[in-house]
Design a protein around this ligand. Structure first.
Ligand code: ADP
Ligand code: ZN
Ligand code: ZN
Length: 724
């Protein structure tokens, strides 16, 4: 008799462990298969994670597996190991991890292979009689084209003729699976001869290590990635390349398709369920050797990996903030080590965390400090909007920006106007001196909560009176909120009535091909201005964009996030990188109310290292990551008494832990979440900052303070970017 350990596919902490079942004698089951099992008085789905010859429990009490679900083992060995790793290090439920490993539609049984009927000419076919014109045409067609889809023949030449041929045995009809794949614009792209810097990067990145490729915008990182992938393929290995969803533009996808053809599988949010399912199976069965995709593609069942590449590694979108929460870097690091392969993290603005690791020797640093074509980086001009205001300009646009736009229009070139809109949170700012309120304890910006007319610190929960008078200059001219893309477009039209203006934001790109169509129209139109949000910030390569305007750079600077300055630096660098990529040096006009903030000085000089030093030092002094770890445990329930009671129990346990290890805790408190109620769920949170010396043990202990059978739903987050 054989036994299986099964994880039940239910999102419930109380049953999130392995259960033992008897494997029926006539079922030749393998590890990694999905099965139906009796559970209580129900039949549930589960994953077989182990097969054994002996049982741990009393065999008489064990139940039998009912049946298998798929005809192959959907979870490969590596993924089972990854599951264990994630459960232990990220404190996630086993079932919720396993769900990440296969297309959602597969679990619900809603997606199936697409089976198509085909027509072949029979080997000893009869020539149809002269009158049967349609039948002759079919025979001729099949002779010329070979196997053809049934529906095509039937539509073109008529069902009657086809059916007559079949009856005579002149054609053979068979069924076969057809893989659904997305169509792409066919583009021809010449391979560039690598520059010496690119060449050196490709040569350096060759071992089973993690490399941080720090290359300025336009330094040709993509070409380096493609060469690395080429090398992998020539060694009969496979490659996995991740790109932020937002930069998976049609252009990028088409480039990869052009370079790697049928060998590449593309995984992104634009796929239909059927396409996703088929791409996943092409990867699973080894037909696709290169996977290009957004975050979730890190879980692709690709085997024999030679390289993993994470482009724009600093992007926050690599961290899944929903449940189950994970950071793609951790998963990539696991897979690198499991496969003994290379991991490349690429960026023009590496995260403080990754760059710290590079300086510490954990990553190998590879640098490409100049643009491919030797073009100078765009000049960044910082405009003090406060001065503009004093000089009587209360428009959205500074005098300089308007003058430069005029210049672009005269030269029949293109400009991009970027509007920084991140998150819903807003801050209050003095219009006269630029003062923004910060928490006295945490040195992060306070968030304005309109409903209560209060300012709150999202890190410690402290509340402050909303500003009516500026504490710095006494002005009553307090402003909050930001301008949107629509407003900018309508203002621009006043100044440039004859110029075509495109707008790209969540509203204008909600339909399937709108993204692509806006970009291709913009590409063809000169002069033109493209106004947009984060969507236009990266990845785009438009030759004729010679000007970039940043409307309110400060929007990301005053977010209640310890990374807000870092993010502002990244954003300014990325957006600026869109300008002057071809023959003419680009210009950037950066409008701000805090012109003296150090972030703009470093960004203006493209001084990443200087910025890094300053920022890393600040984090160290104020005890923020990467020098500490922030943990938030968020409790939610529709009954406020229940959340409050349950969080109290948990908090008391952690409090005891803190008393045992006082040196490891920088901070610990429990509070209502700043957004106290969402979708009729009350939200309370425990926040802590931990020193790193004994972090693994302490974190385990912290995690064990969360009871298994709580009524509240609990989210455990590490270094979350939003604490609202
Ligand atoms: P990055 O990702 O570093 O910002 P890209 O990979 O987008 O830079 O490259 C910038 C531009 O330079 C692209 O248009 C690309 O086709 C071109 N390019 C890259 N490598 C070379 C090369 N070796 N020779 C000529 N052009 C190149
Ligand atoms: Zn605070
Ligand atoms: Zn003021």
């Amino acid at each position: 008799m054989k036994f299986a350990k099964v994880i039940i596919d239910q999102d419930a902490k109380a049953i999130d462990r392995e259960f033992e079942y008897i494997i029926p004698d006539d079922l030749d089951l393998s590890q990694g298969e999905r099965v139906n099992v009796p559970f209580g008085n129900r039949t549930l789905q589960g994953f077989v994670v182990e097969i054994k010859d002996t049982a741990e429990y009393d065999v008489k009490k064990l139940k039998k597996i009912i049946s298998r679900i798929d005809n192959f083992a959907v979870i490969k060995k590596e993924m089972l190991e990854l599951m264990k790793y994630m459960a232990e290090h990220l404190h996630l439920k086993l079932a919720s991890i396993l769900r990440l490993f296969l297309p959602a539609e597969m679990r619900t049984g809603k997606v199936k292979e697409l089976i198509v009927r085909y027509v072949d000419l029979a080997q000893n076919y009869e020539l149809p009689s002269k009158n049967a014109k349609k039948q002759i045409e079919i025979v001729e067609y099949l002779k010329a084209n070979g196997r053809t889809e049934f529906s095509k023949i039937s539509n073109e030449f008529g069902y009657a003729a086809l059916s007559a041929l079949e009856k005579k045995g002149s054609v053979v009809i068979s069924t076969q699976e057809k893989k659904r794949a997305v169509e792409f614009d066919k583009i021809e792209k010449e391979r560039n001869k690598l520059t010496p810097l690119q060449q050196r990067a490709v040569e350096t990145i060759s071992q089973n290590k993690t490399y941080l490729l720090h290359g300025v915008t336009g330094s040709g990182k993509t070409e380096v990635y493609m060469n690395l992938i080429d090398r992998c393929l020539s060694q009969n290995k496979t490659a996995l390349m991740l790109v932020p969803e937002i930069s998976l533009t049609p252009q990028v996808l088409a480039n990869f398709k052009a370079r790697f053809g049928e060998e590449v599988a593309l995984i992104h949010s634009g796929l239909s369920a059927g396409e996703r399912f088929d791409e996943w199976r092409r990867i699973f069965f080894g037909e696709a050797k290169v996977v290009v995709g957004a975050r979730s593609a890190i879980f692709s069942p690709i085997e024999n990996l030679g390289i993993i590449i994470i482009d724009e590694e600093h992007e926050q979108s690599y961290v899944s903030e929903n449940n189950p929460r994970y950071d793609t870097h951790d998963i990539a690091e696991f897979r690198r080590s499991y496969n003994n392969c290379t991991l490349v993290l690429g960026s023009a603005t590496p995260s403080i965390e990754s760059y710290t690791k590079a300086l510490d020797g954990e990553y190998v640093l590879v640098e490409m400090p100049v643009r491919v074509n030797g073009m100078e980086m765009p000049t960044i001009k910082v405009i003090d909007m406060m001065t503009e205001l004093r000089q009587g300009n209360s428009e959205i646009f500074s005098v300089s920006l308007l003058a430069e736009l005029d210049n672009v229009v005269k030269q029949k070139k293109q400009a991009m106007i970027f509007i920084n809109r991140r998150g819903f949170a807003s801050f209050q700012r003095c219009r006269d001196c630029g003062y923004v309120a910060k928490c006295a304890d945490c040195d992060v910006s306070l968030v304005y909560h309109q409903a209560e007319n209060k300012l709150k610190c999202h890190y410690c929960g402290k509340r402050y009176r909303a500003l009516d008078i500026c504490p710095s200059c006494g002005s009553k001219n307090i402003k909050q909120g930001a301008v949107g893309t629509e407003r900018v477009v309508s203002e621009l039209k006043k100044f440039f009535p004859e110029v075509t203006i495109y707008r790209m934001d969540n509203d204008t790109t909600s339909t399937k091909n709108s993204h692509r169509s806006i970009l291709s129209q913009f590409r063809e139109t000169k002069p033109a201005i493209l106004v947009g949000t984060q969507m236009i910030a990266k990845g785009h390569d438009f030759e004729d964009v010679i000007l970039v305007g940043i409307i309110d750079a400060d929007q990301s600077l005053y977010q209640a996030d310890y990374r807000s300055i870092e993010k502002t630096f990244q954003l300014v660098t990325q957006v600026s990188g869109r300008a002057g990529r071809s023959k003419q040096q680009g210009k950037v006009i950066l409008q701000t109310y805090s012109p003296r903030h150090y972030v703009y000085r470093f960004a203006q000089n493209y001084d990443f290292k200087g910025f890094f030093q300053k920022e890393a030092n600040l984090r160290k002094v104020t005890n923020f990551p990467p020098y500490t770890k922030i943990i938030r445990i968020l409790f939610q329930h529709e009954n406020e008494n229940i959340v409050a009671k349950e969080i109290k129990v948990c908090y008391n346990k952690i409090q005891e832990l803190k008393e045992k290890h006082p040196d490891d805790f920088v901070y610990l408190d429990a509070m209502k979440s700043p957004l106290n109620r969402i979708k009729s769920q009350y939200r309370y949170q425990i926040l802590m900052r931990l020193k790193l010396d004994n972090i693994d043990e302490i974190e385990k202990e912290v995690y064990s303070c969360i009871d298994n059978n709580l009524k509240s739903s609990v989210f455990y987050e590490i270094n979350p970017s939003s604490l609202s």
